[in-house]
Design a protein around this ligand. Structure first.
Ligand SMILES: CC(C)(COP(=O)(O)OP(=O)(O)OC[C@H]1O[C@@H](n2cnc3c(N)ncnc32)[C@H](O)[C@@H]1OP(=O)(O)O)[C@@H](O)C(=O)NCCC(=O)NCCS
Length: 174
């Protein structure tokens, strides 16, 4: 490994060793997708309609984020996960930032995300990126998931809904 290259787990999301790009629809990274959303049927529902971003270090896919067009002018961050050994190094923030930039570029006005009531890490991540809590989808996980969803040793019950507004497109000459 030459100077300036990174060992797994010692990275920096802004390093030139990392590359962000689209993930091929026929190649869902199940290990990462199911880490964020444990029910395969749920993922299969949105994966074909989503816009999936991957982050590679060399040839290794180390993180993914899936954005989904939902309502008019709205994308939802439907899934985001980072390999365990690469966490807390800014990769999720970097990937989500790329999605937000693309959403703004194509004229979206809002990006939404939902997270479990038992998941303080993701909630902190979204709040730190300017998302605000806009509601709670009561009993989401107990109503819609076949098996109990456990996070940090606690059963997830409600989904906390967050949204971040994007700036209106600038009109030419204004
Ligand atoms: C949630 C997840 C995607 C975060 O990825 P990450 O690359 O580690 O996140 P980042 O390094 O970009 O974190 C950015 C900020 O988010 C917050 N954050 C992220 N993970 C956190 C955690 N476990 N606990 C508390 N805060 C956390 C922190 O404010 C962090 O900034 P800091 O490290 O400077 O304190 C990752 O932990 C993961 O893959 N978890 C399993 C899948 C999952 O739960 N997905 C979300 C479903 S809603």
């Amino acid at each position: 490994m030459g100077e300036g290259q990174l060992d797994a787990g010692s990275g920096d999301a802004r390093s030139p060793d990392f590359r962000i790009g689209p993930i091929a629809p026929q190649d869902p990274p199940w290990d990462l997708l199911l880490d964020a959303d444990p029910e395969r049927e749920m993922v299969l529902d949105y994966w074909p309609r989503g816009r999936a971003y991957g982050m590679w270090q060399g040839s290794d896919l180390v993180a993914e984020a899936v954005f989904l067009p939902t309502r008019p002018l709205t994308w939802e961050l439907a899934n985001v996960a980072v390999k365990v050994e690469w966490r807390r190094q800014g990769l999720a923030r970097e990937l989500i930032t790329r999605g937000l930039e693309d959403a703004e570029r194509v004229g979206m006005r809002v990006v939404e995300v939902g997270t479990a009531d038992a998941s303080p890490g993701p909630l902190q991540l979204y709040l730190s990126m300017g998302f605000r809590i806009v509601g709670v989808d009561l009993d989401f996980f107990t109503r819609l998931y076949r098996d109990p969803v456990i996070d940090s040793g606690r059963r997830c019950r409600d989904m906390i809904r967050l949204a971040r507004d994007l700036p209106a497109p600038r009109l030419p000459g204004v």
